[in-house]
Design a protein around this ligand. Structure first.
Ligand code: PMP
Ligand code: GLN
Length: 391
């Protein structure tokens, strides 16, 4: 049997969570909340199930959810736009089974055989296999450590006649960096100049810190007209296991996106759609309070680690914090994470698996950085930090 993805192993997130369970380590590796989804959402999903709302929804998503997503986007990002420029939920939003499905479908919609797609390393691990299975080729550009900013002149040098699209992710997993308005304007100039498309992975859109605002592509109509904007209700509402997300795109792109979505899943879980539509409508404060909720956790962890020998890198968004361990160990990042999980009792994510296979070794040589997830209860964070401070 000839593998279609010969270089691909099991996702590092699965690997580290399994190891954390096996060694009963505190799991700060895979990104998911330790705390529960709001009671309101659980009540509403239970009610939908008990009331018999258990059949297919319309393939694009329940209309009430599509309009609630658009209303949220208007409130968060589009207060200054004219009515025609604002997102139309029914025409521009498609509900998907997690952001993973949205990314998959957006990539299948865009990428033709031999097309090139630019992605930035370290990159979320679902982009590359999706691009390859569409027959495309990934062009990797490393983010500039330690700020993990995008070098736009390098991007321009990488663009050629085969380039079809660029994928950006802000707030960025795993680094916690975010794109500025200036970054988006550099991006827009390149998309226009070379007639390219954009996939904007904004799953951590509601988690930015220190008063920084999330520069969503949805704020900028000239950028949005070439874009698929992907988000995840799992991140926003602490229900990653429900696998609920959406894709917002202009009319013509949405038409093509929906053709593929209908044959990937047809539709997403109906009771969750009903519950999330009500949550968006009745509890908008959940979203407006999310950044401060996670900022408190980030600060608690930073404070608890301040006397450790780890060097903490800035986390401007997401629920991740990078730690440089070069003062502690000479192991490479994967070995260090294995040792940390087995011998020390705290699981983290190494960054090198989020680089292409041929660049991992050189990355190891120059960088000793791991990712911690702080979407955990305060006592868990304090306990983990206490252990890490002894290293
Ligand atoms: N993109 C990024 C950057 C992520 O971190 C995640 C979640 N791990 C996803 C996409 C996928 O989100 P979902 O769980 O909604 O499929
Ligand atoms: N997004 C999660 C993380 O970064 C993992 C999701 C997954 O395991 N696929 O840890």
């Amino acid at each position: 049997f000839t593998s279609k993805l010969p270089n691909l192993a099991t996702s590092i997130f699965t690997e580290m969570s399994m190891m954390a369970n096996q060694y009963q380590a505190i799991n700060l590796s895979q990104g998911f909340p330790e705390f529960d989804t709001p009671a309101f959402l659980k009540d509403k999903i239970n009610l939908a199930i008990s009331e018999g709302k258990n059949q297919y929804s319309p393939s694009n998503g329940l209309p009430e959810l599509l309009t609630q997503v658009a209303a949220m986007v208007h409130r968060q990002y589009q207060t200054d736009l004219s009515t025609e420029q604002k997102l139309d939920g029914l025409k521009n939003v498609t509900i998907t089974s997690g952001a993973t499905e949205a990314l998959w479908v957006a990539i299948q919609t865009l990428v033709r055989p031999d097309d090139e797609v630019i992605i930035f390393d370290p990159a979320y691990d679902s982009y590359e296999p999706a691009i390859e299975l569409a027959g495309g080729v990934c062009r990797h550009i490393a983010l500039d450590a330690p700020s993990y900013a995008i070098n736009w002149s390098l991007v321009e040098q990488t663009i050629n006649e085969k380039t079809r699209a660029i994928i950006v992710n802000s707030p960025h997993n795993p680094t916690g960096s975010i794109l500025s308005a200036a970054d988006l304007s550099s991006l827009q100039a390149l998309l226009e100049k070379y007639d390219l498309y954009l996939i904007s992975d904004e799953v951590y859109e509601h988690m930015t810190f220190d008063g920084l605002r999330h520069e969503s592509v949805l704020r900028y109509p000239d950028l949005f007209k070439r874009a698929f904007v992907v988000s995840s209700f799992g991140k926003t509402f602490h229900c990653t296991g429900w696998k609920m997300g959406y894709c917002a795109a202009p009319d013509a792109l949405t038409v093509e996106f929906r053709k593929i979505h209908q044959y990937v899943t047809f539709c997403s879980f109906t009771p969750a759609q009903i519950a999330i539509a009500q949550m968006l409508k009745e509890h908008p404060e959940h979203i407006t309070e999310l950044s401060s909720f996670y900022q408190q956790k980030r600060d608690l962890l930073i404070n608890a680690l301040k006397d450790s020998r780890f060097n903490m890198l800035p986390s401007k968004g997401t629920y991740f914090l990078l730690l440089d361990y070069s003062a502690i160990s000479a192991l490479n990042d994967r070995e260090f994470c294995q040792w940390l999980t087995k011998e020390v009792g705290v699981a983290a994510i190494p960054l090198s698996p989020l680089y292409p296979v041929d660049k991992r070794e050189s990355y190891h040589q120059n960088n000793k950085v791991i990712r911690l997830c702080f979407a955990k209860n305060d006592d868990t964070l304090l306990k983990a930090a206490g252990i890490l401070c002894q290293l």
